[in-house]
Design a protein around this ligand. Sequence first.
Ligand code: SF4
Length: 180
Amino acid sequence: MLVSLDGAYNRPGLLEVKMGTPLRTVIDEMGGGTRYPVKAFQIGGPLGGLVPASRIGDLTLDFESFAREGFLLGHAGVVSIPDDFPVIKLIEHLFEFTRKESCGKCFPCRLGSARGHELVSGAVEHGEIIDRQLFDDLLEAMELGSLCALGSGLPLPVRNALQYFDDELKDYFISTKEPQ
Ligand code: SF4
């Protein structure tokens, strides 16, 4: 499989890698490791999964391994997220990308990406707090209701971010869910 490593690597570029190769081998040996600390890798395209550095050792370069662990191999492009880059800014970028790329044919993607971008931008730019239940509902509506992989693909990296970077993100959200 062709794997592209971004400029964070000591040996960036396009590699041909045998399927099933441990991801750690790809990153640390074939890519020569990163030039600065990296906390996560977005693998599989602009809406690929967000793999935290702590999970690299659990993955091999094949579709099944990524799917089993809750990620997406996709086209195997690897974009590195530096330690000092805020995850909330990455989420904002993902919504902005989807909003701009949306063709507008279906409303979960057309409106969902715009509303998601408003919510996250409000938090980033103006310190607004995001209703976590509303945000989760938005992701679910986009995932289930979008007609193609653009709108339905956005929730995966956002959920990965919420799962693995909860400590960093929790101050941006408030849970309004009624206790059961
Ligand atoms: S999900 Fe696909 S079809 Fe629907 S608006 Fe987005 S790009 Fe268009």
